[in-house]
Design a binder for this molecule. Structure first.
Ligand code: AMP
Length: 190
């Protein structure tokens, strides 16, 4: 199986590029942000729990996220592989993911990490906020908080995969097609 972690700050283009990756490689998409937003719109207990963290741009507690991803992986059959989008966001999540995948005998093949400068990220998120309807895209303080949370809590996840020789860094500036070409070139070496 081709299991990939798509990594990068909020606004780096993970959602957009996930769609291209899924199409080309026929992978199962697991976006924890999308899963939480679905729970929110359906008014589930999990959605209610996640909402207060999401609204402030803070991370939902690890055990909640890990439980949700574990369920999703174990409900999936006949998959060519998973693309993890917005997950793992802490080293504890990365370690837990390894345990889940080890049980299935199918490890992470590589991490694709997108790099985009802060100014560009803020521009993109504010632009997305005009149409996304996402509360966390609308408020500049929340946007700044998400970028800070990324730097403080999520960046160490990159070291985790680098130590395993699995990190592939990709420049996230350019057209969607140009960036996808860089990503596909990296994926084809995995
Ligand atoms: P995203 O759509 O990936 O930007 O996620 C939106 C929000 O959902 C984040 O700001 C967090 O509040 C929450 N979230 C999504 N994925 C995770 C994760 N892996 N760990 C903790 N919180 C998450």
């Amino acid at each position: 199986m081709l299991n990939i972690v798509l990594f990068g700050p909020p606004g780096a283009g993970k959602g957009t590029q996930s769609e291209n990756i899924i199409q080309k490689y026929q992978l199962t998409h697991i976006s924890t942000g999308d899963l939480f937003r679905k729970h929110l719109s359906e008014g589930t207990e999990l959605g209610k729990l996640a909402q207060k963290y999401m609204n402030e741009g803070n991370l939902v507690p690890d055990d909640v996220v890990i439980g949700m991803v574990d369920d999703k992986i174990n409900q999936t059959t006949n998959s060519k592989g998973f693309i993890f989008d917005g997950f793992p966001r802490t080293v504890a999540q990365a370690e837990a993911l390894d345990v889940v995948l080890e049980k299935k005998g199918t490890p992470i093949k590589g991490m694709i990490a997108l790099f985009v400068e802060d100014e560009e990220l803020i521009k993109r998120i504010e632009h997305r906020g005009k149409t996304s309807g996402r509360a966390d895209d609308q408020d500049i303080e929340k946007i700044h908080n998400r970028i800070n949370v990324y730097k403080n809590e999520t960046l160490p996840v990159m070291d985790y995969y680098q130590k395993q020789g699995k990190l592939h860094e990709i420049r996230g500036l350019g057209t969607v097609e140009e960036i996808f070409e860089r990503i596909a070139t990296a994926i084809d070496t995995l």
